[in-house]
Design a protein around this ligand. Structure first.
Ligand SMILES: CC(C)(COP(=O)(O)OP(=O)(O)OC[C@H]1O[C@@H](n2cnc3c(N)ncnc32)[C@H](O)[C@@H]1OP(=O)(O)O)[C@@H](O)C(=O)NCCC(=O)NCCS
Length: 151
């Protein structure tokens, strides 16, 4: 049974070069237009080498995220769901896709810097907060991680 009362049916795919522009469009709407992150910080030097995901609903693309390998770990970044599609399981589907991809590659830890407003979302997915609050792009964040080792 689906846990979300108004769950969006989404398919999460790895974005190829052709879909990267769509990922950027969603990121721009969410981080630049909605949250006020400077555009020059939003698209960065890590984008070309990162793996990007796109969440596709029946209405089209509704979310995105990217991940980068850092040794035996993976860092998730730019997790963004279109405002009208939040609280319907899209963010969870994106994080599960990244975790599955990381496990397939034998990576043992998923790290991320979470905006404080998104902390309950990540804690609910099994992430643990570490260290003090810090600022990134003018927004308070905390470092989080999750072990991907089988229990
Ligand atoms: C944070 C974000 C990615 C979550 O995506 P989402 O699609 O709304 O999340 P989901 O619907 O998959 O939520 C999964 C669970 O977390 C909970 N949750 C999601 N956002 C939450 C929040 N802000 N506060 C408390 N709980 C939250 C949901 O209720 C759901 O709980 P359930 O499984 O018990 O029903 C989305 O709100 C977003 O894009 N926000 C703006 C950009 C942002 O802040 N990104 C994070 C950068 S670190």
């Amino acid at each position: 049974m689906n846990r979300h009362t108004q769950s969006a049916t989404v398919r999460v795919v790895i974005a190829g070069q052709a879909e990267f522009a769509t990922c950027l469009e969603i990121r721009t709407r969410v981080f630049v237009e909605e949250q006020g992150v400077p555009p020059e910080l939003e698209e960065d030097r890590h984008d070309p080498a990162a793996t990007h995901w796109l969440a596709l609903s029946a209405d089209g693309p509704v979310g995105t995220a990217r991940a980068r390998r850092l040794g035996d770990a993976v860092k998730a970044e730019r997790v963004a769901v279109e405002a009208g599609y939040r609280r319907r399981g899209v963010g969870r589907a994106l994080m599960e896709a990244i975790e599955g991809w990381a496990r397939q590659q034998g990576l043992t830890c998923l790290m991320l810097n979470a905006q404080l407003t998104a902390l309950p979302f990540y804690l609910g997915l099994g992430y643990q907060a570490e260290g003090a609050i810090f600022e990134e792009a003018g927004i308070p964040h905390r470092a989080l991680s999750k072990s991907l080792k089988a229990n």
